[in-house]
Design a protein around this ligand. Sequence first.
Ligand code: SF4
Length: 381
Amino acid sequence: MGVGEVLAATSVNSKPKTQNPKPPQLVPRLLDWFSTHARDLPWRLTRDPYAIWVSEIMLQQTQVKTVIPFWERWLRELPTIQAAANAPSAKIHKLWEGLGYYTRVRNLQKAAQLIVAQHGGKFPEKYDDILALPGIGRYTAGAIGSIAFNQAVPILDGNVIRVLTRLFGIAENPKAKATNARLWELAGELVQNSKLKTHNSQPCCSHLNQSLMELGALVCTPRNPQCELCPVQKLCVAFKTGRTEELPNLGKREAATARQFMAFVIERDGKFLVRQRPAGVVNAQLWEFPNVEVSGKKPDAQEIFIELLGFAPLKLQPLVTVKHSITRYRITLTAFAVALPTTPKQAGGTWKTPAQMQRLAFTAAHKKLASAAAKSILSDR
Ligand code: SF4
């Protein structure tokens, strides 16, 4: 009994029996659909594992349209694994500035260095060697193995989970260990089956995996899936049983937590006080203005400034408020422009002009403060 049949028996117990689709039915439909509907994405024009790897790392947590210019710039500036391995840390952070989740870029460089040291600078082909690289988990190893090398290795990300749980009518939470294992197995059956196909001389394992991701991104979307456009609608258990909106069953979402920060944009003689975040913390090595997390309904900016900087400001003026979200945190950053009586001896940081700040990698929120700071200088003149 295949995995699909087991799931049919366990998941659709109280409803009339609905036949689960079989991989040989699904695979040709998915490959046909992908050959005519795949988006023209720049990393789809190459089989270079380095370029595909960079795209996959950038696409974690980030939307396709945001990634495209970052990916193009990265490959222009660092066109080879050796170039990525040898680039200064400041450069890789600057190239990643705005993408967030900076551990990704540090791991990417560590992995590039490891490829140079252990694989002679050539991206490894063996799945286990790919999986052993820093920052590469099962999904990314499967994506690189299948897309770059056309290997029959499965992938399972949010898009693929959504497509598979709906196609096979899987009502259990896909994060549950046993269900997750079944989903990997199903993804494996599909890609293994694609290996048996010859489809317009296309790399079938690569296209099958990408078809699942693409279907999830374009048609089988989280809300209002466009089932009328779906190539596998006739086989889809969720569609046939009217459960497309119920699946996947992701359980209750963790409530968002509000957090407030206060930042100070301190200017003296056309230069601003900025600090680099230390290693080992979130957003390590990125630059920012002096800031601190605050609580209470109306935190006193003057008091907080003195506590943070150790001296009193001449004047504090509201500059800008930036709201953003990181994982489950909804963050409000309130920034003040600060005039100083004299340049303090010990301010803890370094003084930079707007032009110098442009060459540094800032966190996304503090980059907005940097441009507000540069504008405030211009408007004063
Ligand atoms: S029929 Fe609808 S729910 Fe089923 S896979 Fe296609 S888009 Fe998703």
